[in-house]
Design a protein around this ligand. Sequence first.
Ligand SMILES: Cc1cc2nc3c(=O)[nH]c(=O)nc-3n(C[C@H](O)[C@H](O)[C@H](O)COP(=O)(O)O)c2cc1C
Length: 361
Amino acid sequence: MKVLALNSSPRIQGQSKTLLMLEHLVKGMEKAGAEVELVHLRKKKIKNCIGCFTCWTKTPGTCIHKDDMTRELYPKFIGSDIVVMATPLYHFTMNAVMKTFIERTLPVIQPYLRSKDGVTYHPLRDRHPGVVILSVAGFPEMSVFDQLSNHLRFMYNVGLFAEIYRPAAETMTQPVFKEICDDILDAVSQAGIELVKTLKVTPETMERITQPICDSEVFGQMGNLFWDACISHGLTPEEAKAAGIIPRPTTIEEFLRLMQMAFNSRSAEKQDTSIQFVFSGCQEGVCHFLIRDGTIESALGETKKPDLVIDAPFDVWMDVVTGKADGAQLFHEGRYRAQGDMDLLTRMEAFFGSRKRENPR
Ligand SMILES: Cc1cc2nc3c(=O)[nH]c(=O)nc-3n(C[C@H](O)[C@H](O)[C@H](O)COP(=O)(O)O)c2cc1C
């Protein structure tokens, strides 16, 4: 089986979630014995269709343009058994790069008008490969893919072999969701195997691919904190991640969620410890973290016999969290108090990533 896997994300490896998903799909397809060629459309010159119908009249089957589409991609497209169209969701549909590619496949059909069951269509000129759509979105609801799905079902009908959609895709590289995301990516590879063997994806595999990553309310809150941090530092999301910028929580609940997301499980392997915070000032209250062998739990209120208790004005500790102020220096200046395992105080930065955290996958 020959597969042409098209990636239309403008982002590079390490940033693009479309590519992250596509690479796993390709891995599965290759494992099942398919011959897969992965093409990054951002590297190709594909001109817009100009609607001249030269490909239907003067040079039937051949486009008037002389670019990468005519020379390289169109022959590969009609020579493949499956084309995987992997696109980020832009404005609730495929992005313009993928749409440009699809419009340039016009030579695959003939101009004649036929009708079946009261629906007009053009007959094929060349063999059209089966289509698999893969798309990722920023928003967390599956319904964001409805327009794309309707469009592709209408256009390709039975030729649409599978639709693989992943909402809340930007969370996929957050260390805290690693376990879920590893399972999602494993399921995407499984989908690749199933596609090659049966030309479809089982409902069980689809369910694993679309499983929730995090609660929508938490997703929204954390997203907004992150955008605020980008705007206040004047950085793009990628620049903010590279600089290790930590968003600034405005409430104790946000602090708990943020710390949970920033938690670096690898640095906390073989640890069994608890940290309690007693906040004063603009946000008053007690909360705690339980860190056990690479996992973290957080809650409002006290915990029994905490190993370390930090007593701090909320604003002061948020300066430490976001790296605005040096925790050790503030401690020596008496801006906050700590009691218990003082060694834990110095190890805390590694648990919560902070500026020295590992780069996301
Ligand atoms: C121009 C633009 C439009 C977008 N439109 C949507 C949208 O309509 N719905 C949505 O959920 N996400 C939208 N997003 C978010 C992307 O789908 C999301 O960031 C995705 O991870 C990008 O894929 P990539 O990492 O492979 O480039 C949009 C992003 C951009 C840059």
